[in-house]
Design a protein around this ligand. Structure first.
Ligand SMILES: OC[C@H]1O[C@H](O[C@H]2O[C@H](CO)[C@@H](O)[C@H](O)[C@H]2O)[C@H](O)[C@@H](O)[C@@H]1O
Ligand SMILES: [Ca+2]
Length: 798
């Protein structure tokens, strides 16, 4: 009941209107105002910064209250019998006229007073009437009014997050229903939000709104019951890529440089290493350090010759390695300034640029229109080759000796085509610089010892390096080191120091770590395929990639260099024929040493023991991606290799048979069966397509995207580094090696995982509407494929 008394209109025990000021009050404080109205309705799928309004911090609330005072003074409220709804309408109207105010879909305002108010805590607002079934009044676009974001969040977690992991998943045992007030009744009537997917989306939206400083919001129902395929695609394209993007500047360098992987006294302070011949970059970082002394950012030059001994000597004082920067002239001062070039990192826990992840992400970034980030990564690779001699595993000091699977030529080409190709002189210049760098990389990294095996002419992952890789989890090598610790009667930690300082001589350990470094260079860390042998293996994957380099370089020379490329680094001139011959030679060697027609696989070749191995790996399909297999070999691969690798969720990393039995003493490895990785899927899809097996690619795509969608829907919107492709219910649960795979999000997943994001965007391109609809309903692959009409089956190779 509303009652006028002492110039105060009482609306509820807590809410009043001051009739002098026309202000809506809570206790003796003005009630914060909202910024939007229902009429402002636009797109329910806008990015959070538009949908919820720009980020504010708690202090800004006071500013908002002052503005409300002003607004309330200006508003003309005629009726004395003033209701809460009238008041809200008036605020909305006056806000509409205030042109300078930021328009948002949501309400801003501090009801923090509620939280402080004991009376409120004793009588939480429970004023919802009946269920709001006025779907029509919302024209199918029902909206919620969430009066108190924080308390709704708490209620949601309290009732629905029964395992207390800040996620709402199918593993929670809550009632799976929450009443939320509707916007058209101003929160009076309610809608039941039901089921894991909607409730978890509600949790995600509330978490985001809260992080934007919102206390009250309008929320479109469409935003929480969005088709999962659309939602995941939208999040990847509009939010995940942005969250994964980094760009060095004077203010963020300390955060980027800080190393969370290394727990050594020398890693306490952030550190940046700069190439010896980049004095301007050195100055830039010194300036950053001086501007913010509390960061304790250390800036150091690298020596001209970066030897394995030097790299090992700085393992205790790790640092980020400088990347490419752009020079800008400030038009007002005429002064030169350096600015960072964007790049994407593999996952939220990373701040450094990775090697092959960057290629996979490039393919996805380009599809999402993030061309500057994709191009930026090529620029960084050119810089890395020039200054560090190779594309690095990642730009941290302990990766200086190590590369990763090479994709630069294709990466440059896809960016080149996107930025205008032949029609754009800048694009041609970009391609020239990238190809020149790739040629240097090809000659000095992959076709030079120790990576090149002179006898076969094939290449191996075989980096330089000394000591124990410092970036792995601290207990990662315990099983290997324990017998040596016993032998020397020291702890494992002490043994590590003795070994790194070369105070014990253990050739078997040297051999183990040689191969371990090679495994990491292969990107497949770790797999039983490579354990104790990797540096001696000429792999089908690496040599396929080099075959692609050779052909890409040949095309480049014939098209853009008048078929004559002068290399000023070694003073040679080559033509396209030269590079095609190299490619043909490699193809014949791969066939000779690796192709097993009977088994239908390209196997790795051990150059030391001069024998072909038999480990059945998904990387056999890279021969199709690179275009080196014959049509007949491709057919055999499809017939014989595919059935050994195709499982519920797509292509597993290797066959179960090759991996062998798993036990306490032989734990699972993350790059083995039953795990599946995005880069394997992406390259296999393209490879199959290259050889006319698009129908099989379609089938593998459905499987993989199903697994991703299933985890996304049932597990609070997560997208993880890799999946267990045999787990129908919880494929994201991978208990192998490195603990953190991105599944432990709190409230909302903000970045997904780089190459997995890319795989979804690329995968959807293979899908027709029918498949997308089935995917949106999470129909598992088998029922989906079984229910196809006869004429549709051929689309999936059935
Ligand atoms: O720190 C452990 C290892 O982490 C990296 O390997 C894994 O993550 C990379 C980034 O997504 C990915 O490129 C690699 O394939 C993964 O196995 C790093 O590359 C390793 O060198 C490092 O030891
Ligand atoms: Ca939970």
């Amino acid at each position: 009941m509303t009652k006028s008394e002492n110039k105060i209109t009482i609306i509820s025990p807590l809410e009043t209107v001051d009739n002098n000021t026309n202000k809506y009050m809570i206790g003796n404080r003005p009630k914060p105002r909202r910024l939007s109205s229902l009429k402002d309705f636009k797109d329910p799928f806008m990015n959070p910064d538009k949908y919820y309004g720009p980020k504010t911090n708690p202090e800004d609330d006071d500013l908002e209250l002052h503005s409300d005072d002003e607004l309330a003074r200006q508003s003309t409220i005629k009726s004395k019998k003033y209701t809460k709804l009238d008041h809200i309408d008036d605020i909305k109207k006056s806000l509409k006229n205030k042109k300078t105010r930021t328009r948002t879909m949501s309400a801003i305002g501090g009801i923090s007073f509620y939280k402080k108010n004991e009376e409120f805590n004793q009588h939480p607002i429970r004023r919802r009437g009946s269920e709001d079934d006025v779907l029509l009044s919302g024209k199918g676009n029902r909206r919620f009014f969430i009066e108190d974001v924080n308390s709704t969040l708490k209620e949601l977690l309290l009732t629905e997050d029964t395992d207390s992991n800040y996620q709402i998943t199918i593993e929670d045992k809550g009632p799976k229903v929450l009443r939320i007030g509707t916007a058209n009744s101003d929160g009076y009537k309610y809608i039941n939000v039901r089921g894991t997917y909607m409730l978890s989306n509600l949790l995600q939206e509330l978490t985001i709104a809260k992080s934007f400083g919102r206390h009250q919001i309008f929320l479109d129902e469409a935003r929480i019951n969005e088709n999962p395929v659309s939602r995941l695609t939208r999040l990847i394209s509009t939010q995940f890529w942005d969250s994964l993007t980094r760009k060095v500047d004077l203010n963020n360098i300390a955060t980027l440089a800080k190393d969370t992987k290394i727990d050594a006294p020398g890693a306490k302070n952030p550190r940046i290493y700069v190439p010896y011949n980049c004095p301007e970059q050195f100055e830039f970082y010194v300036q950053a350090s001086q501007m913010n002394p509390s960061w304790k950012l250390e800036v150091e030059y690298l020596p001209k010759d970066i030897t394995p001994e030097y790299v090992q000597s700085i393992n205790g004082t790790p640092g980020l390695l400088a990347l490419a920067m752009e020079e800008h002239i400030d038009p007002s001062t005429g002064e030169k300034a350096l600015i960072g070039i964007p790049y994407a990192v593999p996952g939220g826990r990373f701040n450094e640029l990775y090697g092959w992840d960057s290629y996979m992400m490039t393919l996805g970034l380009l599809e999402s229109g993030k061309v500057d980030v994709a191009k930026g990564m090529v620029e960084h690779f050119i810089f890395e080759i020039e200054h560090y001699g190779k594309i690095l595993n990642a730009n941290r000091s302990y990766y200086l000796c190590r590369s990763q699977p090479p994709f630069l030529t294709d990466m440059a080409l896809v960016v080149f085509n996107k930025i205008g190709g032949d029609q754009n002189p800048d694009a041609i210049d970009f391609l020239r610089r990238a190809m020149k760098a790739a040629i240097k990389e090809y000659k000095t990294v992959w076709m030079a010892e120790p990576r090149l095996d002179p006898e076969t002419g094939l290449s191996c992952y075989h980096p330089d390096g000394k000591g124990i890789p410092p970036e792995t989890e601290s207990e990662h090598f315990d099983t290997i080191l324990a017998p040596y610790a016993m032998k020397y009667k020291v702890s494992i930690e002490e043994l590590k120091t003795l070994y790194n300082e070369e105070k014990v001589n253990e050739p078997a350990l040297d051999d183990f770590f040689l191969h371990d470094r090679a495994v990491r260079e292969s990107g497949h860390d770790t797999t039983y395929r490579f354990e104790g042998v990797c540096a001696y293996l000429a792999t089908a994957d690496l040599n396929s990639l080099l075959y692609k380099y050779e052909n890409d370089i040949a095309d480049f020379i014939s098209t853009y260099c008048d078929d004559k490329f002068y290399d000023d680094r070694d003073d040679t001139i080559t033509d396209s024929k030269h590079w095609r011959n190299l490619a043909e030679l490699r193809k014949s060697r791969i066939t000779k040493y690796m192709w097993d027609e009977e088994k239908g696989f390209f196997f790795d070749y051990n150059v030391k023991f001069k024998e072909r191995t038999s480990y059945e790996s998904a990387t056999s399909f890279w021969t199709l991606w690179a275009g080196l297999a014959t049509q007949e070999q491709a057919q055999i691969l499809v017939k014989k290799a595919l059935p050994k690798l195709e499982v519920l969720g797509g292509l597993v990393a290797c066959s179960e048979e090759s991996r062998g039995p798993i036990s306490v003493n032989r734990p699972p490895r993350q790059w083995d069966y039953p795990f599946g990785w995005a880069p394997h899927q992406i390259l296999a899809w393209k490879g199959l397509e290259n050889y006319g097996f698009t129908c099989i690619a379609n089938r593998l795509v459905y499987r993989w995207c199903y697994i991703m969608t299933k985890a996304f829907v049932d597990f609070n919107g997560i997208v993880v580094e890799k999946y267990d492709l045999t787990r129908a219910t919880d494929p994201h649960k991978v208990d192998a090696e490195y603990g953190n795979q991105g599944a432990d999000v709190k409230g909302v997943a903000r970045e997904g995982f780089g190459w997995v994001n890319a795989s979804y965007i690329l995968g959807l391109k293979y899908m027709n509407n029918h498949a997308r609809r089935a995917l949106g309903s999470c129909i598992p692959p088998i029922p989906f494929l079984n229910s196809l009409r006869t004429e549709e089956k051929s689309l999936y190779g059935l």
